[in-house]
Ligand binder design. Sequence first.
Ligand SMILES: [Fe+2]
Length: 264
Amino acid sequence: MTMLRHAPLVLVIAAGALYLRERRARTRLERLGAATLETLLDAIDANNPDTGAHVRRVARYSLILADSADLDERMQHRIERVALFHDIGKLDGAVADIINESTKLSPSERRSIRTHPGRGAQVLQPLIAFYPDLADGVLTHHERWDGSGYPRGLKGRHIPLSARIVAIADTFDAITHERSYSRARSIKVAISAVSDGRGRQFDPDLVDLFLSPPVMKQVLAAMREANGPQRARRSRRNGNEAQGIPDITFRWRTTAPEQQKADQ
Ligand SMILES: [Fe+2]
């Protein structure tokens, strides 16, 4: 009788313990995934600091656009990840050589560079259990709204939202910053390029939002911050401050460091 009376309480305690154990295991897995991404980002920096700086700026602009589009936090994390790793396929030896050494691209070099979304998706594929849509977002960041992009020729809303956002931020940054094979051009040129791509290269609604005064104001402020000398004073996080490389927040981490300690 006594045992029967206490059985529900025992069950509640057991269920609670099981829940806590599962939550801890899930948190550890999330941290493992985040650490893997952090390592990959360090690898991008080590391979090519310019690409490391580029992807961080693209992540900043993408988050501004995602936030302005009222996307929820979970979606913003997904977009940030796609932005940070959209060019990881450029670490591929043949592509990296072209990017690092060429000043003017030949047609065959351009073809080689066009393989980078596919290579990037392959590199990220093993992380599919942690980040199910990351590889797909990276694969599709050069698709175009009118279906003339690559590698799949996807059209309109068949292109993942993360890739549609990153495509705009990527173009804006690629034009306003120098690369080994192209010099930096003005903000005005970048705005025209985004505007000209409305409904052809880019999602028209997202272009309207990106070019709207409040969003553009935030993007230009982020760009100034990334390029400005005040960066070196304000941040010591990644060791790249002298080059004006923005911090990233790794906001996909679900818990603050203090909380992580408490959970262990
Ligand atoms: Fe790209």
